[in-house]
Write a protein that binds this ligand. Structure first.
Ligand SMILES: [Zn+2]
Length: 444
């Protein structure tokens, strides 16, 4: 779709325009420039826009692109890394593995190779927006601008941030905050699909003054402030021991728990913390599969949703096919609560799209409605059993994967066609990522 006055009518068998609401059979959208400009039954759109190009998509479902609301793009370099033994819990996972063997060794070339590799994989799986937090303390400064160049070339909507931390040194922490502040300002001046966000690590790697400084910078820049929160029992135990309060109450004592706070994970949160998250309007993202990986536990997402919290879904850079991530969110809570009624498919679809966009503070992303961004995907909806409005969400969520994504548009531009990521030399990307991984692994 080129930016011209004429538009394109995309006419699928089913339209998911507002994830969570009933899908519509025989409806489509009109895309002009970067936006959806009309939504309606095929016949109405054809009659109203006779001069438009028509993209027929029989036996396909048209849906908003996925919003991967929490990723670590460099994480792909750790897939398959040789380890003498598996970490014994969340804290050893960070202290003995993730920090010394991966994050502390990342350089710009490794970061850019991994970013390109995962952005292509994510586009292929229908992800049109990704939020990344980069923790690579020895790659400062300049890692976010380097990553941004890669994201701009791929044409994906990307929010990039550096996970500032004082665990290396106070000076390194300041470099991290500065990296975010400079990047938020510069990306805003540049415009386009890539933007920034203020970010720091946790209460156990950042001092109270540092946390207040991050929020002050966020306020000045009008940016959401992201942190990892209670991904396992380590952080609540640490906070109780050092601050006499669980992490959310500690943040509240610091005066920063509010709508500008984006707390990812929230696996080990108490019922009182859930009430506080809801009361203060804190945003939250859920990573069902990586919670399993690190043995962190099962996040109380059904309770957070019921309390009215803005919840997004993320891959955490672990398993990045978003259909797999949705299956995790759909199934894990049913098993854990011994209740198949929790986390219905329509709700999971909403978290995977508009929920993530709202958690990240993105306006008009995550639905297909007039004036909203034309970030969308066409998914093969040809199943062995009949598909109808009542079963479409479940059929897609349970029995599709990234190989069924036929086309992806970001801001009205075609990025995937017939399952192929346009402009991506997969062999070259694989060779570059292998070289980066081998270099990282050789130091283990
Ligand atoms: Zn994470």
């Amino acid at each position: 779709m080129e930016t011209s006055t004429a538009g394109t009518l995309i006419l699928p068998e089913f339209l998911i325009d507002q994830p969570g609401e009933p899908p519509r059979r025989g409806w489509g959208v009109r895309v002009a420039g970067a936006h959806v400009t009309a939504v309606g039954p095929h016949a109405d759109l054809r009659a109203q826009y006779p001069g438009d190009a028509v993209w027929e998509a029989p036996r396909q479902a048209l849906a908003p692109g996925f919003v991967n609301a929490h990723a670590h793009l460099y994480g792909v370099l750790a897939h398959g890394i040789p380890l003498a033994h598996a970490p014994s819990g969340f804290w050893p996972f960070l202290k003995d593995f993730w920090w010394p063997l991966v994050e502390d060794r990342l350089d710009h070339e490794m970061i850019c190779a991994a970013t390109d590799s995962l952005l292509v994989e994510m586009l292929r799986s229908g992800i049109t927006t990704v939020y990344d937090c980069l923790e690579a303390p020895h790659s400062l400064p300049g890692s976010l601008p380097a990553q941004a160049e890669v994201a701009r070339r791929r044409g994906v909507r990307a929010i990039l941030s550096f996970e500032a931390t004082e665990r290396v040194s106070a000076e390194n922490g300041q470099l991290g905050l500065r990296e975010n502040a400079d990047f938020v300002a510069a990306s805003r001046r540049a415009g386009g699909l890539v933007s920034g966000l203020m970010c720091f690590h946790t209460t156990f790697t950042c001092s109270a003054d540092f946390i207040r400084q991050a929020f002050a910078l966020g306020r000045d820049l009008d940016s959401v402030v992201h942190m990892h929160c209670s991904e396992g029992v380590h952080e609540p135990e640490y906070a109780l021991q050092h601050f006499g309060a669980r992490p959310l109450f500690y943040y509240d004592q610091l005066g920063v728990a509010g709508p500008s706070m984006l707390a990812s994970q929230c696996v080990q949160v108490s019922p009182e913390e859930i009430a506080l998250i809801a009361a203060r309007g804190v945003r939250m993202t859920h990573m069902p599969l990586s919670n399993c990986e690190v043995g962190g536990g099962v996040a109380p997402v059904p309770d957070l949703v019921a309390a009215g919290v803005m919840v997004g879904l993320g891959s955490d850079g672990y398993i990045n096919d978003f259909f797999e991530v949705m299956r995790g969110a759909f199934l894990i809570h049913k098993a854990y609560r011994q209740d198949p009624r929790v986390m219905p498919a329509g709700l999971v679809w909403r978290l995977a799209t508009e929920g993530g966009a709202r958690a990240l503070g993105l306006a008009q992303v995550g639905r297909l409605a007039p004036g909203w961004q034309a970030d969308l995907q066409l998914i093969d909806a040809d199943f062995p059993t009949p598909v109808a409005e009542h079963n479409l969400y479940e059929q897609l969520l349970l029995y599709r994967n990234r190989t069924h994504v036929r086309a992806v548009l970001v801001a009205g531009q075609v990025r995937v066609r017939e399952g192929e990521v346009l402009g991506a030399d997969l062999d070259a990307i694989r060779a570059r990522t292998h070289a980066a991984a081998e270099r990282l692994w050789s130091q283990v």
